[in-house]
Design a protein around this ligand. Structure first.
Ligand code: ZN
Length: 244
């Protein structure tokens, strides 16, 4: 029966964990007799089950790896400035202004860039920036030509981090209320008690059966959120506790 619950946890949508698996664990905690607290099968269910829930649902803390952004493209639509050609476009290609801005955009460390230029050139650059560049622009007017100021922001990372913290609090809340009703939880979780109650994702990867190293390496600043593949999600089936 315990193996089946763990299988269930492996394939379920972890959003359903608090309503489908936590009540099962509660029932078990109520039923476990004193002598059984250290039984391996209970430990395995609680340690591994909760570790899987935490690792999958909470996932690693999202981190801004660096400030680099995608370059802009201005092929064929440029009406601004090409050195030596005035306002005439010699050929399709990324213009000099965009090239300069791209150096800034692709820099992993630069966050603010100032570009003094006439309005048409500033507008061209502003038009090339979209949401994916995660920049805001202002115009500085102490002297002419005015300067376009492009500033990289990390609002989407901040939002991912806010959601991650909310998931940590949510899970901690579930665990604390479970422990509040069943004092034996610390005996059952035993050596995993501290990591599970503190929702330490990294320390629980091994217990959850996931790679401990490098699982977050490929994830650039787009990474965050429950790490399940959408196609694998399904509703948790009811697990029959009476057949064990
Ligand atoms: Zn351009």
């Amino acid at each position: 029966m315990i193996g089946r619950i763990l299988e269930e946890i492996d394939t379920m949508d972890m959003k359903d964990f608090p309503t489908s698996i936590l009540p099962l664990l509660e029932d078990l905690l109520s039923d476990i007799k004193k002598g059984e607290v250290n039984a391996e099968r209970f430990k395995r269910l609680f340690q591994t089950g909760l570790a899987k829930y935490i690792v999958t649902y909470v996932s690693d803390e999202p981190k801004q790896l660096n400030w680099s952004r995608e370059p802009t493209k201005c092929n064929g639509d440029y009406r601004g400035y090409f050195p030596g050609h005035g306002v005439t476009k010699p050929k399709a290609g990324t213009c000099q202004d965009c090239q300069q801005m791209n150096v800034f955009l692709q820099s992993p460390t630069e966050t603010v860039w100032r570009f003094p230029a006439a309005e048409a050139r500033r507008k061209h650059l502003i038009n090339k920036l979209s949401d994916k560049h995660e920049c805001f622009t202002t115009i500085e007017k102490p002297r002419t030509p005015f300067s376009l100021v492009v500033t990289k922001h990390k609002r989407s990372m901040d939002e991912k981090h806010r959601k991650w913290k909310a998931r940590v609090s949510e899970v901690k809340g579930h665990l604390q209320s479970l422990e509040g009703r069943h004092r034996i939880l610390d005996n059952v979780l035993h050596e995993r008690y501290a990591d599970i109650m503190a929702v330490r994702v990294k320390n629980l990867r091994g217990e959850a059966g996931q790679a401990v190293e490098g699982s977050n390496d490929r994830s650039d600043h787009t990474q965050a959120g429950p790490s399940q593949v959408a196609g694998q999600k399904r509703k948790a089936a009811v697990v029959d506790l009476t057949d064990d």
